[in-house]
Every structure is written in structure tokens, then in C-alpha cells.
Write a protein that binds this ligand. Structure first.
Ligand SMILES: Nc1ncnc2c1ncn2[C@@H]1O[C@H](COP(=O)(O)OP(=O)(O)O)[C@@H](O)[C@H]1O
Ligand SMILES: [Mg+2]
Length: 139
């Protein structure tokens, strides 16, 4: 890839993801890379009977807020951070985004799911299975 290295970070609103993003900032500094904080909205999270359009609008605003908060929390001088949201299966969407323009993806081992007995969350497991770029999974 030409130009600056680019690192993609998966944000799901959990403290675990913020911790992963903090490490990502350190890595970005070492590699002189830029960061993108991405939050994927999973349509399967909702029953089909609810009004999807209005729900999506409300959810979108919430997602931008979560990303902006995450960005503020991890901001470090000299590291460029942007944010984006998308819709789809979170693991597959992150893998697709990474393939199309990133050098590395960073996620936490766990997230909002809080099934603490599981070794790894389903998004991080699936991302590791599908990604063609390196995935850094932060414990
Ligand atoms: N919807 C999402 N959008 C972006 N990143 C996500 C999303 N869901 C999970 N991730 C990333 O994957 C990590 C692990 O989450 P996940 O595999 O869903 O575990 P859990 O089952 O504990 O929620 C999160 O900390 C975050 O970095
Ligand atoms: Mg989850």
C-alpha cells in the first residue's frame, strides 16, 4: 500500500473496545499510521416488526456519539483519527473494509456481549477467520 499506513479499529460501545483503541493509537504512533474508528450496525439486532427506518436514524446518531466519545478518550497529539459507521454483519463488514484499504485491524477479545466465560467474542473470532490483513486482538 502506498502512502501512510492505515489502521482500522472496531468500536462497539464497550470499554474493552476503548482499551483496544488506546493500544491502536500507540501502534499508529510507532508506524506513523492513521486510525479509523468504525462502528457497524447489525440489522439482525432488531425484530423485523419494528419501524426500521426511524430506528436506524436514531441508532445512527447514537453511533456517531459513541465514536466521537471514543475518539476524544483516546486522542493523542500527532495521531490522525477519523470515524465511520456502516451497516452489515460486523465481522464481515470490518474484514471487507480492511481488505479494501487498511493494513491492520484492531479489536478487543470481548465486547458488549459480556458472555465472560467465552474465550473470545463472536465478532473477533469471525474477523480473525475472514480477514486477509493482520488482526490485532487485544485481551
Ligand atoms: N458492531 C461492531 N462494530 C465494530 N466493532 C465491533 C462490533 N462488535 C464488536 N466489535 C469489536 O469486536 C470486539 C469484540 O466484540 P464481540 O466479538 O462482539 O464480543 P462480545 O460477544 O463480548 O460482545 C469489540 O470489543 C470491538 O472491538
Ligand atoms: Mg458483541
Amino acid at each position: 500500500m502506498t502512502g501512510k499506513e492505515r489502521i482500522l479499529v472496531g468500536i462497539d460501545g464497550s470499554e474493552d473496545a476503548i482499551r483496544a483503541a488506546r493500544l491502536a493509537v500507540k501502534v499508529a504512533r510507532m508506524l506513523n499510521a492513521t486510525l479509523t474508528l468504525a462502528m457497524i450496525e447489525n440489522p439482525e439486532d432488531y425484530a423485523v416488526t419494528v419501524e426500521r427506518e426511524s430506528l436506524l436514524k436514531a441508532k445512527e446518531e447514537l453511533m456517531w456519539n459513541i465514536l466521537q466519545t471514543a475518539k476524544n478518550e483516546i486522542a493523542e497529539e500527532g495521531v490522525e483519527i477519523d470515524t465511520m459507521i456502516d451497516v452489515g454483519n460486523p465481522a464481515l463488514k470490518l474484514a471487507e473494509m480492511a481488505k479494501n484499504g487498511y493494513d491492520m485491524v484492531v479489536v478487543s477479545r470481548k465486547g458488549l456481549g459480556a458472555t465472560k466465560s467465552l474465550f473470545m467474542g463472536s465478532v473477533s473470532v469471525r474477523l480473525v477467520q475472514h480477514s486477509v490483513v493482520p488482526v490485532l486482538v487485544v485481551p
